[in-house]
Design a protein around this ligand. Structure first.
Ligand code: AHM
Ligand code: MG
Length: 335
């Protein structure tokens, strides 16, 4: 039984028996993410104080400039999961290829792989706006004890055993699901402990907020343009309110609490949108569905998409169920 003010540590132990496979491995994994999140949070919070801002001078596989904190967060999450011998493989948005942990230890019988976006929305760092970490967990499909393969990572989102995010906001929160609803924990920075503050989080069925980078409107497909016009039309409870932080985790988090829809469609400039299926869309889609919301590429359920490559991008529509269904209706009318 979860109760408010329970620590994340207590919650993990008490809920361990509800996991499909109860070896304790998944509990250790969530614990490691909790630890790395605290370390990254500490660094994110002092970003304005130390000379850590600015481009690192490196570009990641998507050809984008990396910020120093991206590199730091990437290292911390990988180190924590590797050193504690928790998983057999890791794929990160900041790495070109996946990392096999088996290859370093032949006795590694771990079953889980983690996919992570260590610091999402990092262009927000140097203007002191919230950023986040997104993670996704799968059971490997290749035999335990052998080096992980690409197919262990290229699984459909519906196969995820856990997913979550950390939002480094006015408070730092860790929100996650292991397939039994969504729970949110707030960090008390004075003692470094996460407390259950948001048990059983759910999207309101309907909402009044739409979140989209409207600067790209001219490049959107007609169905998306029509849906945005619908959001702005005066009728019933419309026009909706427009809110866009440009940090997926924060936009999603607000919409889950207040009711809303997040849209990152394809455009004439980006044929598959911007967001990555494996590191961003799948984990957020699992959380959305577990919170009674919906996630789609406009036509297909995100969790049903068969991945073909690690850094694949996909259009992303996610949020309150009725709002996502309405957006899909418009998309179907005019592809
Ligand atoms: P990133 O992984 O490079 O940080 O990009 C992902 C971010 C999301 O957090 C955010 O919703 C989106 O990019 C914003 O993109 P845009 O600036 O094009 O609106
Ligand atoms: Mg990202």
């Amino acid at each position: 039984m979860s109760r408010k003010n329970q620590t994340l540590g207590e919650f993990i132990i008490e809920n361990q028996s509800s996991f499909k496979y109860t070896s304790g491995e998944l509990s250790r994994l969530i614990n490691s993410i909790r630890l790395a999140a605290k370390v990254v949070n500490h660094e994110v919070n002092k970003a304005g104080l130390v000379d850590i801002l600015g481009a690192f001078g490196d570009t990641n596989i998507q050809g984008e400039e990396q910020q120093k904190l991206d590199v730091y967060a990437n290292e911390k999450f990988i180190q924590t999961l590797t050193n504690r011998n928790i998983v057999c493989g890791i794929a990160s948005e900041e790495e070109d290829d996946f990392i096999s942990i088996n290859s370093q230890d032949e006795n590694n019988n771990n079953k889980y792989v983690v996919l992570i976006d260590p610091l999402d929305g990092s262009s927000n760092i140097d203007v002191n706006v919230s950023v986040g970490t997104i993670f996704s967990v799968y059971r490997r499909v290749t035999p335990v004890g052998t080096p992980v393969q690409l197919e262990d990572f290229l699984q459909k989102g519906s196969q995820q055993v856990a997913a979550g995010y950390v939002v480094y906001g006015t408070s730092t929160m860790l929100v996650y699901t292991t397939g039994h609803g969504v729970n949110g924990f707030t960090l008390n920075p004075a003692i470094g402990t996460f407390y259950l503050s948001h048990p059983n989080m759910t999207f309101p069925e309907d909402g009044k907020i739409y979140s989209v980078n409207e600067g790209n409107y001219i490049h959107f497909p007609q169905g998306m343009k029509d849906y945005i016009k619908y959001c702005q039309m005066e009728e019933g409870d419309r026009p909706y309110t427009s809110r866009y932080i440009g940090s997926l985790v924060s936009d999603f988090h607000r919409n889950m609490i207040k009711g809303g829809i997040y849209l990152y469609p394809k455009s004439s400039k980006t044929s598959n949108g911007k967001l990555r299926l494996l590191y961003e869309c799948n984990p957020m889609a699992l959380i959305a569905e577990q919170a009674h919301g919906k996630a789609s590429d406009g036509f297909t359920r995100i969790l049903d998409i068969e991945p073909t490559e690690l850094h694949q991008r996909v259009p992303f529509i996610c949020g309150s169920k009725n709002m996502v269904e309405k957006a899909e209706e418009f998309m179907r009318l005019k592809k």
